[in-house]
Design a protein around this ligand. Structure first.
Ligand SMILES: [Zn+2]
Length: 223
């Protein structure tokens, strides 16, 4: 049997809610029997377990980082193991054998230094990639800025300025590309109309799969 919390209220139907800590809340109308609730939950078991698994996976992915040797950091979707080396000046680098190497000095404020490094990486990576893709599809943009947005991967202003969150570079390459193409198409079509999605399908036939992946694997909207 599954553990859950019941909230009775003046409502007509039963509603199930899987919370972000993977617990289950069941909202039911007054007068509904526990037997009925149990059967209802049993019927929805597959859906509930799937949601719970998604939340646990997310939790594991976004658990607070520890700044110790071997801790994993993602750059363009690839894992890099943290390696702390001696050094009294702050230095950070990605090595070709998959390590994020930082000097001991960085441990004074590791989050600060590593975020700074992510921003630098994002600037290089996203700018280069956006230029490449824009050229292939014939789009012209005014500028690219990298911000720290936590709720939006990217945006496009009326004047053709593109903005991307540095957090995007944690995601796999193909997801970064999806957000870039999405914002480039906004240069031409500002809203999310049928026309917008028709253009997306033309330029990136599997864009829906990528958008869905991003939604499931992050709490952020793709805009
Ligand atoms: Zn959009």
């Amino acid at each position: 049997m599954m553990n859950y919390k019941i909230i009775r209220s003046k409502r007509k139907t039963i509603a199930l809610q899987v919370n972000s800590d993977a617990t289950l809340t069941v909202r039911i109308p007054y007068g509904v029997s526990m037997g009925y609730v149990e059967r209802f939950i049993e019927e929805k078991r597959t859906w509930i377990e799937k949601k719970q698994a998604q939340f646990s996976e997310l939790k594991a992915k976004y658990k607070p980082r520890q700044y110790v040797n071997g801790e994993e950091f993602l750059f363009a979707g690839k894992p890099y193991e943290l390696e702390i080396v001696p050094g009294s000046t702050a230095r950070i680098a990605l090595t070709t054998d998959g390590r994020l190497r930082i000097t001991e000095k960085c441990l004074d404020a590791p989050k600060h230094y590593i975020e700074w490094f992510y921003r630098q990486f994002a600037k290089r990576h996203i700018k280069a990639r956006t230029k490449e893709i824009a050229e292939v599809f014939g789009y012209k943009f005014a500028s690219i800025k990298i911000n720290s947005a936590k709720t939006r991967w990217g945006s496009c202003s009326m004047r053709g300025n593109l903005n991307f969150s540095w957090r995007l570079v944690i995601m796999p390459e193909e997801m970064i590309d999806y957000v870039i193409v999405h914002e480039l198409v906004h240069l031409e079509i500002k809203d999310h109309s049928k026309r917008f999605y028709a253009r997306m399908s033309e330029l990136m036939p599997d864009h829906r799969r990528r958008e869905k992946w991003l939604k499931v694997n992050s709490g952020m909207s793709t805009l």
